[in-house]
Ligand binder design. Structure first.
Ligand code: PSU
Ligand code: MN
Length: 314
């Protein structure tokens, strides 16, 4: 056990202040880096990354942005490291579970997706993670079998993820079915409907609804106490004033999906490509919404994390 631990610590670096905070059950909130490199253009990406960290701090939480830097799993990035990732954008590899050992071995930088960020959070002992949208089951799953590794990660890694649902570039009903099969609790935060990222609701219901951070934190704590493996998905709708007109977003998505097919894009390039196309087609309107919803998710994740810390203290 000790040997295993030492071998792991060779590859992970947790910022010492953050490490102290984690060890003393303070409200640490993890953040991913794919959103920085592949989710937004420079300099909006770095501005957002900094702003999201400061929102967490302002509300009494401790942010932990996660990435792979020169082959080291890093929990808590310096501002230089954030700048490097933001400026290099698309050139930084997108890292899901299976890419982690390869990125370490080749000593490269890597932008961690939801799945990789959950894994590294869990290694570091962080319980709550805020992001924009998670990956899911793609609409053409019958022919492509494209199901994001994020869903499988939620089935097996003990980190609660606050997001704004899944984009309708994906098949939302199938994504929910998959999460159900995999035993992942999906909680609507003050909503009965699964949000669809830019839209505050989709056509799908969620099974559970919580009204406040305390209710969510209690569920996460109970899940831990009874040793149920896996994550919890908290679906927090985009604030109404920032949601995008449904027909505008649907048209943009349909066009983006056609373009993807025409260009024969597949595998891990699909999601970043679709996101970029949708942003272009909505003339940047979607970018502003994207920023607002991430900020709001960071805020709710901080509140949940604070309550969870209280429960751990007892
Ligand atoms: N969906 C979004 N924004 C994102 C992503 C998904 O609305 O930035 C990113 C996340 O990092 C997510 C990843 O974990 O894409 C999923 O990629 P894939 O579909 O290739 O599994
Ligand atoms: Mn995929």
């Amino acid at each position: 056990m000790k040997r295993m631990h030492n071998k792991m610590t060779k590859h992970i670096y947790i910022d010492p202040t953050l490490n102290e905070a984690i060890k003393s059950n303070q409200p640490v909130v993890a953040l991913e880096s794919t959103i920085i490199c592949h989710g937004m253009p420079y300099p909006k990406n770095i501005e957002t990354a900094i702003e999201v960290e400061s929102i967490i701090k302002k509300h009494g939480g401790i942010p932990a942005t996660i990435a792979i830097i020169d082959g080291c799993l890093k929990v808590g990035l310096s501002s230089d490291e954030m700048q490097i990732l933001a400026k290099n954008g698309d050139n930084v590899k997108k890292i899901s579970r299976r890419d982690i050992p390869i990125c370490i071995a080749s000593r490269e930088n890597g932008a961690t997706t939801v799945s990789a960020t959950m894994i590294i959070s869990s290694m570091a002992g962080i319980n709550i993670f805020a992001t924009g949208g998670i990956g899911g089951v793609h609409r053409d799953v019958n022919s492509s079998l494209d199901i994001s590794a994020d869903l499988q990660e939620l089935a097996q890694t003990n980190v609660a993820v606050v997001c704004s649902g899944v984009k309708s570039i994906l098949d939302i009903p199938k994504t929910l079915e998959y999460l159900e099969t995999q035993g992942v609790p999906v909680i609507g935060y003050k909503t009965n409907m699964m949000p669809a990222f830019y839209l505050s609701k989709s056509e799908c219901k969620v099974d559970y609804r919580c009204e406040n951070p305390e209710e969510v934190a209690r569920i996460i704590k109970i899940k831990k106490d009874v040793n149920l493996r896996g994550g919890v998905l908290i679906a927090n709708p985009i604030p109404e004033e920032y949601s995008i007109d449904e027909s505008e977003i649907n048209t943009a998505i349909e066009e983006a999906l056609k373009e993807t097919e025409k260009r024969g894009i597949s595998g891990k390039l699909i999601t970043p490509f679709l996101l970029k196309m949708v942003a272009e087609k909505t003339e940047g309107g979607s970018l502003n919404s994207n920023i607002k919803l991430i900020q709001n998710n960071a805020l709710i994740a901080t509140e949940i994390s604070k309550k969870y810390s209280e429960f751990l203290g007892n």
